[in-house]
Write a protein that binds this ligand. Structure first.
Ligand SMILES: [Ca+2]
Ligand SMILES: [Ca+2]
Ligand SMILES: [Ca+2]
Ligand SMILES: [Ca+2]
Length: 447
């Protein structure tokens, strides 16, 4: 009986003991689990920190390369190498800088599968600050409402154009502001103007690389809303600027053919290229034809021969304006921009595009247009055009050597005065990587 009781107690003790052991085991497992968890968290934190640091280094590297790339482009423009041979590749394609690379990209307006490399001529665009209503209306994706509202936005008065808007309209918006009544400082300012929509400005090209991406061709499934027709329908972004201007070169040395005070100077210049006897007839023509709208008008009315007038036209002007805003460079402007010039039809634009690429054709003066356009048309656009460019845009894409960080900036360089300088720098990194994804992958795999 005693033994039985002892046995029972023993059994109970054993049971209690094994219960104890079980508890200890469970607690131990928990501790191990918690410890392991802590180690995991800790090592993850360290890893995240390490990745974070590496990413920060890559980001700093990318930023430094971007600054270097801007300096590179600036030097190209300063040296006058922005055009001709250096206008496109290879000077702007996958350029190595330090451990990373940079590209200067620009859309190829007639190819939505590939983009080009190189600078963009701001004088090859319509200047929103100087274009007439008629010129604005001819831009692709432009509406009558927006064109009129741009005129009201930049003019100093408060008279509302048809469909346009002045402060009365803007002050009633949910986030009210005044009509600017002054010139635009960036192209994207049109988004503040009545009727200024993303769609009109950027079209379907959400990441602004001139290439059709899947999300730009899937209708409403992902932004932007596009018509999924397999083609990149662009906005007017690539056809407009607010930066183009030129300083009338050495305007003091130029003779204004519209000023009667300079008749003596004019006669002297004309006698450099025509005989004395001819010069009297030409001066008579000038007196009868005056005032001249522009140099093309002067050429036709003065009766000076083409080859002769070319030699002296650099010394002549029709206005005393020193700064001329928004003249369109007929040698670089895309067809869509040329089509905005008053009176030009598609056939005229086609003729200009063909003729200007003919290397036999001297395109240094605007007078070359008189060979292919009617007198009326050439004179009609003579006041809006130039053959010179001083402002260039550069869409710069850079990547760090390990492919972890990239940057994108659109910069505008002004070379109208003696020192080329950056007058605008817009961060575009937020639009995402605009080139082939493979470039990033390859760099990442390497590192
Ligand atoms: Ca106004
Ligand atoms: Ca695109
Ligand atoms: Ca879409
Ligand atoms: Ca489309």
């Amino acid at each position: 009986m005693k033994n039985k009781m002892h046995n029972k107690r023993l059994q109970k003790t054993t049971a209690t003991n094994s219960k104890c052991t079980g508890t200890v085991l469970i607690v131990t497992i928990w501790i191990v689990l918690i410890l392991a968890g802590l180690v995991l968290v800790l090592s993850r934190t360290i890893r995240v920190d390490a990745i974070g640091t590496a990413n920060r280094v890559s980001a700093m590297q990318a930023e430094a390369i971007a600054n270097g790339a801007i300096a590179y482009v600036l030097s190209k423009v300063t040296d006058g190498q922005e055009s001709d041979v250096d206008y496109g590749a290879p000077s702007y394609e996958e350029m190595q800088l330090g451990q990373g690379y940079f590209w200067v990209i620009r859309p190829n307006l007639s190819d939505d599968k590939n983009h080009d490399y190189g600078l963009t001529d701001e004088a090859g665009k319509i200047n929103l600050n100087s274009a007439s209503l008629e010129m604005l209306l001819k831009l692709p994706s432009m509406t009558s409402e927006l064109a009129n509202a741009i005129i009201d936005w930049r003019d100093s008065d408060s008279e509302i154009s048809p469909g346009g808007a002045e402060s009365e309209y803007y002050l009633l918006l949910n986030n009210p502001y005044n009509c600017k009544n002054s010139l635009l400082e960036t192209v994207e300012e049109v988004l503040l103007v009545k009727g200024g929509q993303h769609d009109y400005l950027y079209g379907e090209d959400l990441n602004r690389n001139g290439v059709l991406e899947w999300n730009e061709n899937d209708a409403q499934q992902s932004p932007p809303s596009d018509n999924s027709n397999g083609k990149l329908d662009p906005g007017f972004l690539n056809y407009v600027t607010v930066y183009s201007y030129e300083i009338s070169q050495g305007s003091q040395d130029m003779t204004n053919v519209n000023s009667f005070r300079s008749q003596g100077d004019l006669l002297e210049i004309i006698r450099e290229v025509v005989s004395d006897s001819e010069s009297f007839q030409i001066m008579d023509n000038i007196r009868a034809g005056h005032p001249f709208q522009n140099l093309i008008d002067f050429y036709f009315k003065s009766g000076i021969k083409y080859e002769s007038v070319l030699k002296i036209e650099g010394k002549l002007t029709t206005s005393n304006e020193k700064k001329r805003v928004g003249l369109v460079n007929i040698n670089t402007a895309p067809a869509e921009v040329l089509l905005c010039l008053p009176g030009l039809e598609q056939s005229d634009v086609d003729a200009i595009v063909v003729r200007r690429s003919d290397s036999e054709n001297d395109t240094s003066s605007i007078l070359w247009l008189t060979k292919i356009l009617s007198k009326e048309k050439a004179v009609g656009i003579g006041s809006y055009i130039t053959t010179k460019s001083y402002q260039y845009g550069a869409d710069i894409v850079v990547v760090s050597g390990d492919g972890r960080a990239f940057r994108r900036y659109y910069v505008v360089i002004d070379n109208a005065n003696s020192n080329a300088r950056v007058i605008y720098r817009q961060p575009l990194t937020y639009l995402g990587w605009p080139l082939d994804e493979e470039i990033l992958q390859k760099l990442r795999n390497k590192g």
